[in-house]
Design a protein around this ligand. Structure first.
Ligand code: PLP
Length: 389
């Protein structure tokens, strides 16, 4: 491995050179079942023929033009995202953390445009992860990620999840909004549930706050609904998405209702690359599949099969695993052994997974994973358990 790559990751010496569907292949020809999906990115697995075709077709026409001009693919993608959600406006960027920056700016600008610039504080939650830029880091509030990076962006108030009374008590004349992941990803595949989101919605309405959901990880079909909050029947005013939207091509977005987007006028925000023709061609091809009426019911069905199988493995190996959580194909298994050891044990069975908070391991297969691949994964989990005692 080259010393010239900045060592901000603890990388494994695995060099993947090819991917097909749910499988990755190393330079030495070893095949791994990819239940990490680039951390919930490869919505349709690797080298999906329709995504490849969309990318190649667009590459032959036009890669990039500035947002100084109208971009057809971007307009189509915005229309489709709005038709399928609460939103009226979309801004495209390149990553999850940028989408969160946009959410923070939109919340603050909404109040400033309404003549209340003193309202700038955003309530966020323990165990959340929102990204690595300064605003997103402050929203995440994890000391380990902030250490050594100078003063934190002010204006974030962190509350423990599911403590609605504490949220109500934290609201004051300077509060502008609430930001939450409906299903925490990095925090350990933890669903916050309908009752808590309903409580937040009513507090936001009562106090004139904007409610923002971070669906960077749990959006785009990952939970079995197009957007996770649709599982719970609670709409936000603003939402961040990224990861699965491009199926592996970098693209992010923030979406807002017309009212919430009120302050975001010409000149208020921008991005050189955001929503360029290549990225939006691929994202439109992802939506072609995910919006197919049979797609999300199939995700739910696969989720049920996987969860049932995992629950049986937990019952058989209580000294290794003690619970299954999450929604759809954002699945967490809570470990009794250290979660990173279990990720290693799964990898020894040629199954890729991702460690998460609260001693959990995430299983994030492509959403078009085959039933036979779920069965292969369950066998690998079983074998990894047997090897972990
Ligand atoms: N928000 C959530 C919920 C995430 O899971 C992530 C990344 O893991 C981010 C934001 C940041 O996204 P990115 O790494 O694309 O900047």
């Amino acid at each position: 491995m080259s010393d010239h790559v900045m060592p901000t990751y603890r990388r494994l010496p695995l060099n993947f050179v090819r991917g097909t569907g749910s499988w990755l292949e190393t330079d030495s020809g070893e095949r791994y079942l990819d239940f990490g999906s680039g951390v919930a990115v490869n919505t349709l697995g690797h080298a999906h023929p329709k995504l490849t075709a969309a990318l190649v077709e667009q590459a032959e026409k036009l890669w990039h033009v500035s947002n100084l001009y109208s971009i057809q693919g971007q307009e189509r993608l915005a229309d489709r995202l709005c038709d399928a959600s609460f939103a009226d406006r979309v801004f495209f960027c390149n990553s999850g953390t940028e989408a969160i920056e946009g959410v923070i700016k939109t919340i603050r600008k909404y109040h400033a445009a309404a003549g209340n610039p003193q309202r700038y504080k955003i309530i966020t939650f323990g165990g959340a992860f929102h990204g690595r830029t300064y605003g997103a880091l402050a929203a995440t509030g994890n000391a380990a990620y902030l250490d050594g990076f100078g003063p934190q962006l002010p204006g974030f108030v962190k509350i423990e999840p599911l403590d609605l009374k504490a949220v109500a008590a934290a609201i004051d004349d300077e509060t502008a909004g609430i930001l939450i992941e409906p299903v925490q990803g990095e925090g350990g595949a933890r669903s916050v549930g309908a009752a808590f989101l309903r409580g937040l919605r009513s507090l936001a309405d009562q106090h004139g706050l904007l409610l923002a959901f971070d669906e960077v990880q749990c959006g785009i079909g990952r939970t079995g609904a197009l957007f996770a909050h649709q599982l719970f029947g609670i709409d936000p005013d603003i939402m961040a998405i990224a990861k699965g939207l491009g199926g592996g091509f970098p693209i992010g977005a923030f979406l807002a209702s017309e009212a919430a987007a009120g302050g975001m006028v010409a000149g208020s925000h921008g991005s050189t690359f955001g929503g360029n023709p290549l990225a939006t061609a691929v994202a439109n091809a992802v939506l072609d599949e995910v919006l197919n009426p049979d797609f999300l019911p199939a995700v739910q069905q696969k989720s049920a099969l996987m969860r049932q199988g995992l629950a049986a493995v937990c019952d058989a190996h209580p000294q290794v695993l003690d619970g299954v959580r999450g929604e759809g194909l954002l699945i967490g298994v809570h470990c009794v052994v250290p979660n990173t050891d279990f990720v290693d044990a799964l990898r020894a069975q040629r199954l890729l997974s991702v460690a998460a908070g609260d001693n959990t391991v995430r299983l994030l297969p492509p959403l078009n994973v085959k039933q036979s691949e779920l069965e292969t994964a369950l066998r690998a989990v079983e074998l990894a358990c047997a090897a972990s005692v």
